[in-house]
Write a protein that binds this ligand. Structure first.
Ligand SMILES: [Mg+2]
Ligand SMILES: [Zn+2]
Length: 184
């Protein structure tokens, strides 16, 4: 079993401009590719875990999301990083429309996407890491039994509940490899 570095998307990989659904809105955060290459060299899988309630709200479709994800994937590949998985939740219990109005098990803070990835990729969750920008990311990590929950400052304004749930607060994903090397 390998450990994984789980990454939230908006605010961690790309600047959170709010409901990002197109390539021209997708702005990679400085250092993200170098950081992901370092995770791979450190023996981690790299898996994206993202709530996409914009789908539930009818702001963009699952096809739009898949297209953007493919483009994101190619960008990572161009920089020498093969992502091991991308998991997304298209639901919202209150704001969802039609089939997407579901009180699901996947939307963070629930751990459903993490448990699915664990099952698909045989991940050692106890040795894994979650990098997120919100309290709900930290909650999902803890609910899945992940030992290291890292809060980064590149996304939503850092809130007290996020800080209190995080194992460490770092400026950005670029700082995670060094922290991990020192905190095995
Ligand atoms: Mg986020
Ligand atoms: Zn869901």
């Amino acid at each position: 079993m390998k450990p994984a570095v789980f990454l939230d998307r908006d605010g961690v990989i790309n600047v959170d401009h709010g409901y990002v659904s197109k390539t021209d809105e997708f702005e990679f955060i400085d250092g993200v590719f170098d950081a992901c290459r370092a995770f791979k060299e450190q023996g981690y899988l790299v898996v994206v875990i993202t709530n996409q309630s914009g789908i539930a709200r009818g702001m963009y479709t699952e096809e739009d999301f898949q297209e953007l994800t493919q483009w994101m994937d190619w960008n990572f590949e161009d920089h020498g990083v093969l992502l091991d998985g991308v998991y997304y939740c298209p639901h919202h219990a209150e704001k969802g429309i039609g089939q997407y109005k579901v009180d699901c098990d996947c939307r963070k803070p629930k751990p459903g996407m993490l448990l699915e990835a664990q099952h698909d990729l045989n991940i050692d969750l106890a040795r894994s890491v979650f990098v997120g920008d919100k309290a709900d990311d930290m909650r999902a990590a803890h609910a899945a039994g992940i030992s290291k929950a890292v809060l980064v400052k590149t996304g939503k304004a850092i809130a007290d509940d996020g800080v209190s749930l995080a194992n460490v607060v770092l400026d950005s994903i670029a700082d995670v490899p060094v922290w991990l090397a020192a905190n095995k």
